[in-house]
Design a protein around this ligand. Structure first.
Ligand SMILES: [Zn+2]
Length: 226
């Protein structure tokens, strides 16, 4: 049945009618708060591309998470910038890495706040790519090992969910196998398939990657892999 017999506006005529037939509602309990964690303490630095959002040190992130939980938000997702970057993204899978430390601090300040950890290497590599680089190639399978190691380390630090944002083939299976082997079969892997509202967060990551990638003369801007 189509127009003119079908007139959906009939059901939008009043607040009561809209309330009766509404299929989607949005409440604080539906939201995930993206947090951008940086080294240092008492750091709260506004992110130019996202007015009202801040790069936060671990202590500030823990305080912010506590406040967000009190306001009814159930989850944060953590992106981290390590103090030191290298070719193997050591900071991503370091048990004392920035996301791991932030996870522990948030679990202490707001124990029932869900912590989702972004899993990728680009924030942690000195060349800014999301994987292991050899010549002009991103090595897919060598990267899988590091992504899996990162996810396990985050989950061991207390992350409730891991969320791979890289673009490597086979990474979900690799992460699942590694979590299971580490005795973490209940840690879910979050898909970024519904990424429409996280464009600003992605922009933040890209900008960070772009800054770092300029140090890598062998790769063009188009060669990056996110
Ligand atoms: Zn990445």
């Amino acid at each position: 049945m189509g127009f003119p017999a079908q007139r959906p506006r009939r059901l939008r005529r009043s607040e009561s009618l809209r309330g009766l037939v509404r299929e989607t509602t949005l409440a604080p309990g539906d939201l995930v708060y993206p947090m951008f964690v940086v080294p240092g303490s008492k750091v709260r630095q506004e992110i130019r591309s996202m007015p009202g959002q801040f790069n936060l040190s671990v202590d500030e992130a823990a305080a912010e998470a506590q406040e967000a939980r009190a306001l009814g938000l159930p989850a944060v997702i953590l992106f981290g910038i390590p103090p030191v970057k290298d070719a193997k993204a050591s900071g991503a899978w370091d048990p004392q890495g920035i996301v791991q430390e932030a996870t522990r601090a948030i679990k202490k300040s707001a124990p029932d706040m869900l912590v989702i950890a972004d899993v990728c290497l680009c924030e942690y590599t000195d060349h800014g790519h999301c994987g292991v680089v050899q010549g002009d190639e991103i090595l897919n399978d060598a990267t899988l090992e590091l992504l899996a190691k990162t996810a396990v380390s985050q989950a061991k630090a207390g992350a409730d969910i891991v969320a791979p944002s890289d673009m490597m083939d086979g990474r979900v299976a690799a992460i699942r196998a590694a979590l299971d082997a580490a005795g973490l079969p209940n840690t879910p892997i979050l898909s970024y398939a519904r990424n429409s509202a996280t464009a600003a967060a992605t922009r933040w990551i890209r900008r960070t990657c772009a800054r770092r990638s300029r140090k890598s003369p062998s790769m063009s801007r188009r060669g990056r892999t996110w």
